[in-house]
Design a protein around this ligand. Structure first.
Ligand SMILES: *Cc1c(COP(=O)(O)O)cnc(C)c1O
Length: 475
């Protein structure tokens, strides 16, 4: 009979095999091509080579899979990956993820996993405090990513502004509900608006000023206009660290407008929220404590494996108002206790213990360790800006976060310049950078997103860039 347990000996051998292979990957990450060759047909046949009728020994299967993953993945663990906030993962959180998979605590109901849930509650409390929320009002939930956290925010905003929303939805509303954010904000806000049934046109993308922050006077003008034609603004989203260029909206100004118009004030700090741990730049997040809610991805700058984000709120009753349901089949052992079952408090029902991936590294490295790692990356970002300028590149964004958008003044009107430089570098397998358009210029974008990126890696990147540029100069 099939035994999903495997034998003790088999388990030991497989654990040893995986430990060895993953250790090689972890310690030799910089020996891989940063980005794969996109050989679509080869990749599809690799994925489909088995029909599951013939059984494959697990050792063999594991080796085939790891070979394929090593060959056909962008390696964010590589110090020359200058990408989209995807981290090299800290090892303690890898161990936590494994522990979570084996014990598999079910976090839907408090009585099933009380210790795990209280660990998450504690983390929510401590991060709420870091962001400056008053202690007695901190609440929140772990989410799978910024997209889920932003969707949670839209639902909370609707339920706050329209108290009948949980029962009646949009039926019974006479005015069109509107969300405001900048044109640089993340598109998960639009997806959230679609998911709740508001649609794309209910999101007002406000233009930005020169440094790509939301234009406050445009925002005020738009709200006034919308009120005049009888619409109902209900939510304002500020971004603290835009995905493209790292711009941080003026949060105190947004707070004033949100208060004046009775809007739920959400801050999308999916990436930039980690700046709260860097004493040199945390002042750029001033005003975040005044928000109604915050999205903060643990799987970005805190270097966690995918699937971990925080939704924090300073309104302690809104999650219950938004998500409370009662279900007869759920456990009742804890009904006499003053506890909250997470399934009444979040979008998810069955829930993985993602909080352990944050708790174990905090035990091991402490706040100090996190602060050092964040500050190192910010410093590398500053250094990269200096090195690029020294090599004659022009920087086109302005942020304290380690994101640089740049081009060469001589080729600023040639949209192919950046595209070709970027493509050649990525295809060489030596580094990964991207393109981000700023005010009509295709800029090259490099972000320090790997805590192992050191000064010599920056020199290597500048060297690659200079090489590609010289091809244009010699044309
Ligand atoms: C990455 C990002 C998101 C989306 O988060 P996921 O974790 O990818 O779902 C939302 N907002 C901002 C500002 C981001 O950078």
């Amino acid at each position: 009979m099939t035994n999903f347990n495997l034998s003790k000996k088999e388990r030991q051998n497989l654990i040893n095999l995986i430990a060895k292979r993953l250790e090689n990957y972890y310690s030799d990450s910089n020996t891989f091509r940063v980005s794969p060759e996109l050989k679509k047909d080869e990749i599809i046949s690799l994925a489909r080579q088995f029909d599951f009728s013939e059984k494959i020994p697990l050792e063999k299967g594991i080796n085939i899979l790891l070979d394929g993953l090593e060959k056909f993945t962008v390696h964010t663990a590589h110090p020359m990956y200058y990408g989209l906030f995807n981290p090299r993962v800290n090892f303690a959180s890898v161990l936590a993820d494994w522990m979570t998979a084996v014990l598999n605590p079910q976090l839907a109901a408090w009585s099933h996993s009380p210790y795990a849930i209280e660990i998450e509650n504690y983390l929510i409390h401590e991060f709420g405090k870091k962001f400056g929320y008053p202690e007695q009002s901190i609440d929140g939930t772990f989410a799978t990513g910024g997209a889920e956290a932003n969707l949670t925010a839209v639902l909370c905003a609707l339920n706050h502004h329209f108290p009948k929303f949980a029962n009646e939805g949009f039926f019974g509303l006479h005015k069109k509900p509107l969300i405001y954010c900048s044109s640089e904000s993340h598109h998960s806000i639009i997806k959230a608006a679609r998911a709740v049934g508001l649609g794309y046109f209910s999101v007002k993308n406000i233009a930005t000023i020169d440094d790509l922050k939301i234009d406050i006077s445009e925002l005020e003008k738009q709200i006034e206009e919308d009120l005049q034609v009888g619409h109902e603004p209900f939510m304002l989203v500020g971004t603290a660290g835009t995905t493209g260029s790292g711009a941080i909206d003026s949060l105190p100004d947004l707070y004033k407008i949100a208060t004046k118009h009775n809007l739920w004030f959400h801050i999308d700090a999916a990436y930039g929220g980690a700046a709260i741990l860097d004493a040199n730049i945390k002042n750029h997040l001033n005003g975040i404590d005044l928000s109604d809610s915050i999205t903060f991805d643990v799987h970005k700058w805190l270097s966690n494996p995918m699937g971990t984000s925080l939704f924090l709120t300073s309104n302690p009753s809104i999650l219950s108002k938004t998500f409370r349901v009662s279900a007869d089949y759920m456990p009742r052992e804890a009904k006499e206790l003053a506890i909250i079952d997470p399934f009444t408090h979040s979008i998810q029902w069955s829930r993985r213990f993602n909080g352990l991936k944050l708790y174990l590294p905090l035990l091991f490295f402490g706040w100090d360790g996190y602060e050092e790692v964040i500050m190192h990356q910010t410093k590398m970002g500053e250094l990269l800006k200096v090195k690029l300028k020294d090599a004659g590149w022009k920087i086109l964004n302005d942020t304290p976060l380690p994101i640089v958008c740049f081009s060469d003044e001589r080729f600023i009107d040639d949209p192919n310049f950046s595209l070709s430089v970027c493509q050649n570098i990525v295809q060489s397998g030596k580094s990964w950078i991207s393109i981000y358009p700023i005010k009509g210029v295709n800029t090259l974008r490099a972000c320090i997103t790997n805590y192992d990126t050191q000064e010599n890696d920056l020199d290597n990147l500048v060297h690659l860039l200079n090489q590609e540029r010289s091809k244009f100069l010699n044309k």
